[in-house]
Structures are given as C-alpha cells and as structure tokens.
Design a protein around this ligand. Structure first.
Ligand code: NAD
Length: 293
C-alpha cells in the first residue's frame, strides 16, 4: 500500500491524508472545493484537478466525505468505480447510512472491486495526531489489507462484521455518546444550581458510578477542563450539525430495525433544538448552554 488516492480533504480528510504522506506513502488527493484544494496544496499534498486523475495506479482509494449524497455522487454518478483498477481497495471512512455503504459496496463488487466501510472515532484531534479508531465492515481479508493504512492514521482498528457493520457500530457509539453528553450536561447544571462547584462535582461523579467519557475526557461545563471546547467558547471539536446528522442516521437505523430507542430520540430532539438556535457550528458539548441560562 504505497500509492493512495484520497477524496475529501475537509477537517478530517486533510490531516488523515497528510499523516499518510508523512509515512512515505504517495498520496494523490482531490476535493470538490477550491478552498479545500488550496489548503491541501499549501500543506504539501499532491492535489489533482480532477477526481479521475486520482484513480490511476493506486493500491487504495480512501474517501472522507460529509454525507450519503456525496458518497453516492462520487461512486455512483461520477464513474469512479469504472475508473479504478480491479486491484484497488476502496475504503470509505465517511459516516453514512449503512444501507448506502452496502449499496455502493455491492455496486463495486459487481464491477470486480472490493470496498470496505471504515468510519472513524476520535475527531479532528485524532485525525491530526494519527490516533483515530477505525470501525470497519466488509470482507475480513480486505479489512486486513487496509489495516496497514489504518495503523498510520489511527491507533485502534475494530472489525465489526459484514459490509455496513462499521457504520452500524459507529452510529450505535455516537448515539450513546450523545445520550451521555446530554445527561452529563443536565446533571452538572443541577448540581451547580444547588450550590456545588462544577469541578468538585465532576471529580466526584467521574470516580463514582456516574463516570463516563464525557466527564472523563470532554467535560461540557466551562472551566472544568483545560483544552476542551467547553473552555474555549465551544469552538472546534465535533460540530452540532454532525452530531445531528449521526443521530438522524441512528434514528433511521432504529426505525428500520424496529428497535426501541427513546433515549436516542430524545437526544436527537435536543440536538435539533441546538442546531435551530444557530449553534450548528459549535462543538456538541455546547448542549451545556441549554442549562446555563
Ligand atoms: P468536512 O465537511 O470538513 O469535509 C468534507 C469534504 O468533502 C469537504 O472538503 C468537501 O468539499 C468535500 N466534498 C464534498 N462532496 C464532495 C464530492 N462530491 N467530491 C469531492 N469532495 C467532496 O467534513 P469532516 O468533518 O471532514 O467529516 C467527514 C466525515 O467524517 C463525515 O462523514 C463526518 O460525519 C465524519 N466524522 C467527522 C468527525 C469530526 O469531528 N469532524 C469525527 C468523526 C467522523
């Protein structure tokens, strides 16, 4: 895996592609946006003018796109599947509907190509530091082939099962993340309204049975932790718009599988409210703001 094509050079894709190129992997990159292409060029990446120039003589094609329609555009409308050699492994790291992943992977298979879904956890910081977690679905042999690249861009890879399973596991994780972030925010606010110091309360709960990732790593209450978005006006991090996208996908998954997910639905409503209030470009821990006023 020495020659890689990379499509989608946004907040996540650019640092991921740069980490590959730092490890002597030759990366040919492309993005639809002129701004993203310029930023990638300035960062030292080899950027192509058309998507099809990226597809030639590569061992793997990685895509890191915002949503289902972008993935369908690239693979089903732009003829990317026809432009690839049969030996090229396709790795889609976008977070999308598992059914879309399966549809595109089947289309690839019909053309003699292998495609795996490999959404990530770890955010922009993880992408920059090369510490992402890859959650992968597809043929196990293909996943093994891709793991040399996952090991450069991340520090953990989990095999979830057949095509689409990576997306299912990712959506389960993000639904749980939203639920415990919402619970953590409202609990901290209640403690503070009853006279507790948020730092002391956080320390108590973190070391008691209420402990969870939001309390340990990503406290939503301003000033409790340094270097978290909550202590920087909720800038950076994982945007409310993306969390709402993931909760919408989780709700679709829940409905399709007739799963009972009242907490997931409530978390989605809370994030809808936050997005409607104009906070879509703030970090998802800004759910805390709902309880501060
Ligand atoms: P982003 O919007 O910053 O980047 C997406 C890039 O894709 C943009 O540069 C856009 O121009 C490009 N693009 C869109 N359509 C295209 C097309 N048809 N052809 C070529 N390029 C196209 O998004 P991001 O934050 O980098 O997220 C990418 C994916 O990773 C999303 O699916 C997101 O849910 C997931 N994700 C994001 C985070 C995070 O913290 N940002 C964390 C985990 C997973």
């Amino acid at each position: 895996m020495k020659e890689v094509g990379f499509i989608g050079l946004g907040n996540m894709g650019l640092p991921m592609a740069l980490n590959l190129s730092k490890k002597s992997i030759h990366v040919k990159a492309y993005d639809l946006s002129i701004g993203a292409k310029e930023k990638a060029l300035d960062s030292g990446l080899e950027v192509k003018n058309s998507m099809h120039e990226v597809l030639i003589d590569i061992d793997a094609l990685i895509t890191m796109l915002p949503n289902d329609s972008a993935v369908e555009d690239v693979f089903l409308k732009n003829g990317v599947l026809d432009g690839l050699e049969k030996t090229t492994l396709i790795i889609d790291s976008s977070t999308i509907n598992p059914d879309t992943s399966k549809k595109v992977a089947n289309e690839a298979l019909n053309k003699g190509l292998s495609m795996i879904d490999a959404p990530v956890s770890g955010g922009v910081k993880g992408a920059e530091q090369g510490t992402l977690t890859f959650i992968v679905g597809g043929n196990e042999q293909d996943v093994k082939k891709g793991s040399v690249l996952f090991d450069v861009m991340g520090d953990k890879t989990f095999y979830a099962g057949n095509s689409g399973s990576g997306q299912i596991a990712k959506l389960c994780n993000n639904m749980l993340l939203a639920i415990h972030m919402c619970g953590t925010a409202e609990t901290l606010a209640m403690g503070v309204k009853n006279g507790l110091d948020p730092i002391i309360l956080s320390e108590i709960m973190k070391n008691s049975s209420g402990g969870n990732w939001s309390l340990e790593k990503y406290n939503p209450y301003p000033g409790v932790m340094k270097d978290t978005p909550s202590s920087n006006d909720y800038l950076g991090g994982f945007l409310n718009s993306l969390m709402l996208k993931d909760l919408t996908l989780a709700e679709e998954l829940s409905n399709l599988s007739k799963s009972d997910t009242p907490m997931g639905k409530l978390a989605k409503e809370l994030y809808e409210e936050l997005n409607e209030k104009g906070l879509k470009d703030k970090d998802f821990s800004s759910i805390q703001k709902k309880y501060l006023d």
